[in-house]
Design a protein around this ligand. Structure first.
Ligand SMILES: N[C@@H](CC/C=C/[B-](O)(O)O)C(=O)O
Ligand SMILES: [Mn+2]
Ligand SMILES: [Mn+2]
Length: 311
């Protein structure tokens, strides 16, 4: 196994400063060293450099051209990392970056499935958003079924929908806007909200998620992990915290399970905002959890691990 790391220090999909510090803070907490310690080859592609574009709004929509341009750059980088044969790791930055991450992943592998772990559905269209923040809209640019609902926007013409609603599963939803809820119901998207996690337990949720995604053939899996899926008591340093989230254990179980399917092809870890922790301990707890989630994606098991060369 090998990991190709991309830093996307981008914050203009939302308005709270600091989320651009996520990539370097996650690196400085030892992600690469710990991946290597567990037998994973690692290539760090560094942080993307984003062109300065005008951050003007289009109506309610904030920093449209900047979001479009950053995601185009990320899409190119993701495609290159996948063409190099790595499992891609995109460190955010805000969740608008899933546009470029999933688009670039699909450019390399073709059809894929997406597991979206988040308190939020991030499936507003530019016409249903009430905040204008693009980190609440990425899914609308990616789904074939919503293409006709997305207006032409500056610096977005490169985006081609690349995901079918039946190849998408949500886990952890607990703060979904009415328009998003309507879209999810209309498209029949598979959703395991926090209520289903409570009702079924995380093991059954993961079994059903994998059965659901593999009934039409085993496609590469893109895991898009928003740190705010985890309960704010564990990961407070994030821009849109919502009470009643996943426990640390549930969060890591999700990554352990997906890692063992052998289908995990790319991971986003987004919305870590080091400036939003009340204390340094808050920030460290958030970042440590992000690191542990990523290690779980690369076959780390909580039962213990040893190098495979003396199995
Ligand atoms: N639904 C809200 C919240 C969006 C949350 C985005 B996040 O999941 O990436 O944190 C909006 O549209 O602004
Ligand atoms: Mn999100
Ligand atoms: Mn979220």
């Amino acid at each position: 196994r090998s990991a190709g790391i991309i830093g996307a220090a981008f914050w203009r999909g939302q308005s709270r400063l600091g989320v651009h510090e996520g990539p370097d803070r996650i690196r400085s907490s030892g992600l690469l060293e710990r991946l290597k310690q567990q037998g994973c080859a690692v290539k760090d592609y560094g942080n993307l450099v984003f062109d300065d574009v005008d951050e003007s709004s289009v109506g309610l929509l904030k920093s449209v051209a900047a979001v479009g341009g950053a995601n185009r750059r990320l899409s190119e980088a993701m495609k290159a990392v996948k063409m190099d044969g790595h499992t891609a790791v995109m460190l955010g930055g805000d969740h608008s970056l899933a546009i470029g991450s999933i688009h670039g992943h699909s450019a390399a592998v073709g059809e894929l499935s997406v597991v979206w772990v988040d308190a939020h559905a991030d499936i507003n269209t530019p016409l249903t958003t009430y905040t204008g923040n693009f980190h609440g809209q990425p899914m609308s640019f990616l789904l074939h079924e919503l293409h006709s609902k997305v207006p032409v926007l500056p610096n977005f013409s490169w985006v081609k929908p690349c995901l079918s609603a039946k190849d998408l599963v949500y886990i952890g939803l607990r703060d979904v806007d009415p328009a998003e809820h309507y879209i999810l119901k209309m498209l029949g998207v598979k959703v395991f909200s926090i209520s289903e996690v409570d009702r079924l337990g995380v093991a059954r949720v993961m079994e059903e998620t994998c059965d659901y995604l593999t009934t039409r053939g085993k496609k590469p899996v893109h895991l898009s992990y928003d740190i705010d899926a985890i309960d704010p008591s564990v990961t407070p340093a994030t821009g849109t915290p919502v009470v009643g989230g996943l426990t640390y254990r549930e969060g890591v179980y999700i990554t352990e399970h997906l890692s063992q399917t052998g289908l995990l092809s790319a991971v986003d870890l987004v919305e870590v905002n080091p400036q939003l922790g009340k204390t340094e301990a808050d920030v460290q707890s958030t970042v440590n959890t992000a690191v542990d989630l990523l290690l779980g994606c690369f076959r780390r098991l909580r039962e213990g691990n040893h190098p495979t060369d003396y199995t």
